[in-house]
Write a protein that binds this ligand. Structure first.
Ligand code: ZN
Length: 69
């Protein structure tokens, strides 16, 4: 798999923590409701910006040790 270097789009920090895994986001746009595929949510530890990635994404940064919920 391709590895991506993590970089916050706001502050360019490469440090983020896992905010959630297998997160599905539901929403509505105009008249259509949608539900995303499971996402991994990372939160920038510097500015708090939330980043969403699909399960295919892998990161060069290590995840926090909370690998089991
Ligand atoms: Zn940031």
């Amino acid at each position: 798999m391709e590895q991506k270097a993590l970089a916050c789009p706001v502050c360019q920090s490469n440090k983020a923590e896992i905010a959630g895994e297998d997160v599905k986001i539901s929403g509505q746009f105009q008249d259509k409701a949608f539900l995303t595929t499971p996402l991994t949510v990372l939160r920038c530890t510097r500015c708090g910006y939330y980043m969403f990635f699909d399960k295919m994404a892998q990161f060069t940064t290590k995840e926090p040790s909370s690998d089991e919920s």
